[in-house]
Design a protein around this ligand. Structure first.
Ligand code: GDG
Length: 495
């Protein structure tokens, strides 16, 4: 039976179903050397955010599985493994099969060697290879075809993220009256960065095919609108309440910021459970009672991990009395391992950890505990509970859910969040977090020192503010505001 929807928005009628498209399904399939297939949950913030929504509402989720398609017989095997892994859920999962060449050029190439660095303001990391663009369009066409096949005319088609910006345009050509929504999980750059993209006009026109275009923060909204004004002559933009209405070639789109969030209650309750409490106690004991600063990130150069490690080393040098009393526990979840730059980053992190530990370790104390794997949810919650501070310093981040999860897990209202001012979460959490510039080693070292010295009353005041904000602006609030903005396009009568 489907769980009862929570929140204020009525459920979508069975007549008007929800179809979600994302590059990856929430379940990834891997093939080992012997050719055996295994299924595992996909990592990353998009899946963390959308899973609770889809599992409540039901609907269809279209995406790739991560394993390269070679022949129809193998694809059929993948379908079977996927069906077994997702049995009993109210969601229908539809795999899009990509060949190894398509994965290389569309995903690793256009998505992660062009769009990802450019949209995170790191243009010098871009490789604008023309063939990537061909594959991007071709694969987007495949997603569009899968969506068209799986949907009925009245469905809401909700496309996720930067890998699929051209899908809506292709669906619109075939089905002009369908309801199309898009959400961008990563930042949107300012015009002087976006203009480097040789296909800038095509991408903006494709985005404007959606009825609703959601971005993470008001800054992303301003940047997107500035790009539209700069690169699409003849466009009209009107401000209405908390969004902009854009008219281009006779079609209207609504652009709005919807800061994404977490299932606060689920995190808070999970973290408060006796089992997690026991494990948190155990972790602290194993670390000989030293205070823990935690970092949790996908392996990615945007997350500022080497910069953070260097800042932590500086902290140990600048405040020698703290040596032996605090350790950084850095979790790095493997990600995009097939991309050379990511493997290089992994080695850089390993070398830095070894170097810093080599320089500062003492009997019974290691400055950095480094974990390079995905942890079970309960272990992650126990770490959030065990840590006196969270050190979350991305160079740029669409939102950063980890910062919100850490606060949700601190039900005793203690602990300090040190947060990059370039994370999308910063404007929401600025009254509680210590904001830092992730490039400022000395500033981060000072913030760590300040966090460790912070009185419990100040910790409490700050943590309560952040928790109250996140509790009110949770993932259900995000979903409700997004669906409410689709009002007029969506018939939202209760089930
Ligand atoms: C993209 C945008 C935006 C991490 N380690 C483990 C684990 N995680 C989970 C966290 C969190 C998620 O992964 C990471 O989400 P983030 O938001 O921090 O980062 P991205 O993956 O880069 O997400 C980002 C997001 O999309 C949503 O729009 O906020 O800006 O880049 O939920 O808990 N989960 C488990 N074990 C781990 O070791 N189980």
């Amino acid at each position: 039976m489907m769980p009862q929807p929570r929140g204020r928005t009525p459920a979508i009628t069975p007549r008007q179903r929800l179809l979600v498209l994302s590059n990856r399904l929430p379940v990834s399939i891997k093939k080992d050397d012997a050719g055996n297939l295994t299924a595992a949950p996909s990592s990353g913030g998009l899946v963390s955010a959308l899973n609770p929504i889809l599992s409540e509402y039901g609907g269809t989720w279209v995406g790739s599985t991560g394993v390269a398609s070679t022949c129809e017989r193998d694809d059929a095997e993948v379908r079977k493994v996927l069906a077994t892994a997702t049995r009993g859920t109210s969601v229908r999962y539809l795999p899009v099969f990509l060949s190894a060449e398509e994965q290389t050029n569309f995903y690793e190439g256009f998505s992660n060697e062009i769009l990802w660095p450019l949209f995170h303001d790191l243009q010098s990391r871009c490789n604008f290879a023309p063939r990537y663009w061909e594959f991007y369009r071709r694969v987007n066409q495949r997603f569009a075809a899968a969506a068209l096949k799986a949907s009925q005319p009245n469905d809401v088609i909700w496309i996720q993220d930067y890998q699929l910006m051209d899908v809506g345009r292709q669906i619109r050509q075939k089905r002009p009256d369908c309801v199309l929504a898009f959400f961008m999980h990563i930042p949107f750059p300012a015009p002087d960065i976006f203009e480097k993209l040789p296909w800038r006009r095509h991408i903006l026109e494709a985005l404007l095919e959606h009825d609703l275009l959601g971005v993470q923060t008001p800054r992303d909204e301003r940047n997107l609108v500035a790009c539209i004004r700069t690169f699409l002559p003849g466009v009209e933009v009107e401000r209405e309440h908390d969004y902009r209405r854009v008219t281009y070639r006779g079609r209207q789109s609504r652009i709005q910021a919807f800061p994404i969030s977490i299932d606060f209650e689920q995190f808070a309750q999970g973290a408060a459970s006796p089992e997690v409490g026991r494990r948190a106690f155990e972790i602290r004991r194993q670390l000989n009672g030293v205070r823990i600063a935690i970092g949790v990130d996908r392996l990615d150069y945007t997350k500022g991990i080497p910069e953070r490690l260097r800042a932590f080393a500086r902290f140990l040098r600048d405040y020698p009395a703290t040596r032996g009393h605090v350790s950084l526990y850095q979790v790095v979840v493997p990600s995009r391992e097939s991309i050379t730059g990511y493997r290089r980053l992994m080695h850089e992190i390993e070398q830095l950890v070894a170097h810093i530990n080599g320089e500062h370790s003492q009997p019974g104390w290691v400055p950095i505990h480094y974990v390079h794997r995905s942890l079970p949810r309960k272990e992650l919650l126990a770490l959030y509970r065990a840590a006196s501070l969270a050190l979350i310093t991305p160079l740029k981040d669409g939102m950063n859910l980890v910062s919100k999860e850490y606060c949700a897990a601190r039900s005793e209202n203690d602990g300090v969040l040190i947060l990059s001012e370039f994370a999308g979460a910063a404007p929401e959490l600025l009254r509680g977090a210590l904001l830092v510039n992730p490039y400022d080693e000395m500033g981060i070292a000072e913030a760590i020192h300040r966090a460790l010295a912070m009185e419990p009353t100040e910790q409490r005041r700050r943590m309560m503010r952040m928790r109250a904000w996140i509790r009110r602006h949770d993932i259900l609030h995000w979903r409700d505001s997004f669906f409410a903005a689709l009002d007029g396009h969506m018939e939202v009568t209760p089930l």
